[in-house]
Structure formats: structure tokens, C-alpha cells
Design a protein around this ligand. Structure first.
Ligand code: ZN
Length: 243
């Protein structure tokens, strides 16, 4: 079976559509595993929820999803993010709110634990350091864990008494092997690793391989929509820079 690993779509419908099209081009997948933050920052939150609902998926909640339905205080967010969330709240229908409200913080699929932040702090913790990774391995029972939130493609491997980074670059398959791993497929809608192209991964369970993909999409179109809706300029500038 093949599964698509998507994180941090962030109301970027253009990027989300480009990724789904790329998945189809590669023969499709059994299911999309979505790692939270469907909304926030971007200009089309409702359309992204609608498209996800039409796609066979498993999804967990991100911090922006929870803030958009009033379950997290906006004081936890930086001013631009909070402005975008306030705007997002006005766009969501009752059905959108019900969908977001039903998302769990943690779930398990086929030997993977799915969380947004980290297994230790499923909603908030950024998993970007070896020290955080080392501690996090104690907080999930499956062999593998999928995370989002940092918007950076990253892989951590559990070592005896510690953890290490494993390179995770486009098109070089990550062989799962025997150890325990935590994998971040990067962000669909707002990458922050210096590469503005949408980021996602495909997991092939028979081959035991996860492959990272980067997809170009029309960033200008998204920036225009953000401008028309008076979303913070800095949020649209960063899309073009991948930061
Ligand atoms: Zn995010």
C-alpha cells in the first residue's frame, strides 16, 4: 500500500491541489495522512477543508486548526499568525468548524503514530533538535512517528541512549529498516527550509520506503488571493522565499 504524508497545508489550496495532482501522476495512494494545520496563514481555509474531506484521509489537529475553532488562545501566536486566524474564523462554515473540532490530537495508522508537533507535546512542540528528538522517542509506542509543525522535512533516528539526524532529500528514498524513526514530510502550504516548493512524502509499505517530493506551484496566484483578503504582507512574502 502507498500513503501520502501531508503536513501544514495552511489554507493554500493551490499548493494542496498541485500536490494531489502529483500524487495522481505517480499512480495514486490508498489514503492521505494529514498531520494538521489545514488552515491558518493562507487564503482558502474552507476550500482546503472541503478538498481534504473529498479525499480519503486520516487527519489530526494542528495548533492553527484548534485556534480557528477557539480551542487555543490567540495570545499564543505571533501577531501575523493571530491576524490570519481571526480572518480564518470568519471564513469557516459550521460544517468546517465541526470537521476541525472532531480531529484527534494523536492517532495511529499501520505502525505509525501521527501528531502535529511532537509525541511529547502533540500540538505545540517543535521537533527540530536532537535533544528534543531523544526525549520524544519515549512518548510513542509504534516504531515510527510522523510529525509536522516545523514546516521542515526532517528525519530523526533513535540511537542507543540518543538520537541522530538522517538526511531527507528529494527523491532519495528513506529506507525504514529496523530502527525507530520520526519523520516530518515538510509543509505543503508554507515551506520554511529555504525551498518554496510544496513539500510532501509518499510511504510505500511494501517497499518500506518513504520518499520526499517537492512540487512547484503558482505562488503568485496565492499571494494575490492573500493580498485581496488583506492578509499580512509578511505572510505572503515568505511563501515566495520558502522561509
Ligand atoms: Zn503549521
Amino acid at each position: 500500500m502507498r500513503y501520502a504524508l501531508l503536513a501544514d497545508i495552511h489554507a493554500n489550496l493551490t499548493a494542496f491541489k498541485a500536490v494531489l495532482k502529483d500524487i495522481e501522476r505517480q499512480g495514486g495512494v490508498e489514503e492521505v495522512w494529514c498531520l494538521g494545520d489545514i488552515v491558518g496563514y493562507g487564503p482558502q481555509p474552507g476550500r482546503c477543508i472541503e478538498l481534504l474531506r473529498r479525499t480519503k484521509h486520516t487527519c489530526i489537529a494542528g495548533n492553527h486548526d484548534l485556534a480557528a475553532i477557539g480551542r487555543l488562545e490567540l495570545s499564543n501566536f505571533n501577531p501575523d499568525a493571530a491576524t490570519a486566524i481571526r480572518w480564518t474564523v470568519e471564513q469557516l462554515t459550521d460544517a468546517d468548524v465541526d470537521f476541525l473540532a472532531a480531529l484527534p490530537a494523536v492517532t495511529e495508522r499501520e505502525g505509525f503514530t501521527l501528531v502535529h508537533g511532537s509525541p511529547r507535546e502533540p500540538v505545540w512542540e517543535y521537533l527540530v533538535s536532537i535533544s528534543a528528538a531523544r526525549e520524544s522517542f519515549a512518548y510513542f509506542k509504534t516504531r515510527f512517528c510522523l510529525v509536522g509543525h516545523s514546516h521542515m522535512p526532517l528525519v530523526f533516528k533513535q540511537e542507543e541512549g540518543g538520537a541522530s539526524f538522517i538526511p531527507f532529500v528529494e527523491s532519495i528514498g528513506l529506507v525504514l529498516g529496523r530502527g525507530r524513526l520520526m519523520v516530518n514530510p515538510g509543509s505543503v502550504g508554507q515551506p520554511r527550509d529555504g525551498d518554496p516548493r510544496a513539500s510532501y512524502a509518499i510511504y510505500d509499505s511494501e517497499a518500506g520506503v518513504v520518499r520526499l517530493h517537492r512540487i512547484s506551484y503558482d505562488i503568485g496566484e496565492v499571494q494575490l488571493k492573500m493580498m485581496k483578503n488583506n492578509l499580512p504582507v509578511r505572510l505572503s512574502v515568505r511563501l515566495g522565499q520558502g522561509i
